[in-house]
Design a protein around this ligand. Sequence first.
Ligand SMILES: NC(=O)c1ccc[n+]([C@@H]2O[C@H](COP(=O)([O-])OP(=O)(O)OC[C@H]3O[C@@H](n4cnc5c(N)ncnc54)[C@H](O)[C@@H]3O)[C@@H](O)[C@H]2O)c1
Length: 439
Amino acid sequence: MTKTLEQKITDKSAVIGIIGLGYVGLPLVRAFVAAGFRTMGFDVDATKIEKLLAGRSYIEHIASEWIAECVGQKKFEPTADMRRLAEADVLLICVPTPLSDSRDPDLCYVEATTRFVAETLRPGQLVVLESTTYPGTTRDVMLPILAAGGLAVGRDFFLAYSPEREDPGNPDFSAEGIPKVVGGIDPASLRLAEMIYKQAVVRVIPVSSCEVAEACKILENTYRSVNIAMVNEMKILFDRLGIDVWEVIDAAKTKPFGYQAFYPGPGLGGHCIPIDPFYLSWVARKYGVPTRFIELAGEINTSMPHYVIRRVIDALNEHGKPLQGSKICVLGVAYKKDVDDDRESPSFLLMQLLGEAGAVVSYHDPHIPALKKLRHYDFSQLASQELTAEFLAGLDCVLVATDHSTVDYDFVVQHAPLVVDTRNATREVAEGREKIRKA
Ligand SMILES: NC(=O)c1ccc[n+]([C@@H]2O[C@H](COP(=O)([O-])OP(=O)(O)OC[C@H]3O[C@@H](n4cnc5c(N)ncnc54)[C@H](O)[C@@H]3O)[C@@H](O)[C@H]2O)c1
């Protein structure tokens, strides 16, 4: 007798298929392998599949040894062959959800993946979207594609949404330790999605619909974007008043309730916070509802690199130097500390603005040895410079854009003539503080 999906989840014979093996998909593979499920990984990027099959990781915080072991023992089977999607009982979709050039949601990856799934969809499969998106995507975009072949949702196949909350590089939280919100298209889909995640993560929070789960993720990220914008604005004001914003935040966060610390910086980066709120404002426009917080936060956060450049100009000016011709090393091109992810990093705009003003730009990033050509920027001729005493002394300014913890900031301040710090990375530096300008 063939087992139902429920039975397969319970006895762990269900095969898990994870589609999109990036910063979200790979940690999810790890969570399901650890929970004892045979896990397949699907990606259209054949070079990623080749690396995985050869036991090599392409994400710094996922160890190659772990991949080699799981692939070797057939606990994890990476493949670029989408016809094999039918072999999985549960399909978890973790593909990109970027913005188009006109800053509208670009669901091309979600739609392409859903079409792949629809081609081989069979009774008994559960499909869950994990990519961040606007409320309504699972029901309005995915369901019609999946149901077009004649299978009925809630009876033949199942569909749910569960947002990923991965925080790459955060040693305190990995996929299995982060509670997961789940919404189903119907009660049967919700029940099965809840069952499967309960096997792999610490806690599952069921909600009444896919739309609530979709909105939950966007609320979380909009909350971050708005609060970061607020503290960026405070930074500019406090600086005028001669007050150090980081000291103010350290004091404020001693309040045991009602305050959560957010920190200023050179602008927003990463695949989530600069993008996700605009998924929501796009929907809001369709309904004629204004999203003023989102727009204002976006405006403030995207203006921060320009503010930082102004601070660099002022700092050089104090040394009697123009920006034009000055040698400036941008320290950190990853969008946040201790990760190797440079997507949407404000460092690129900083480098571009500096270059346009005639500065001689270099960079250092312990996690990113060389730069790739990107959609909007091409610094592929640059490689990370070693921070030697000679190199630092030959610069006019170091601009700290990312506060990586392995950098020796005492050494940087000791040897560089001027350090503009957007992250308070030099907070512990005792000697040479007269060379530091916060920005
Ligand atoms: N990176 C994060 O910290 C984070 C955190 C929470 C949520 N998210 C969300 O998760 C989603 C994925 O983000 P990510 O950072 O893992 O992206 P990523 O670019 O690191 O990985 C996505 C992968 O999907 C693959 N892919 C694209 N189209 C495909 C297709 N049709 N079939 C199979 N594979 C395909 C790509 O080749 C890539 O390897 C996004 O919606 C993002 O907003 C990301």
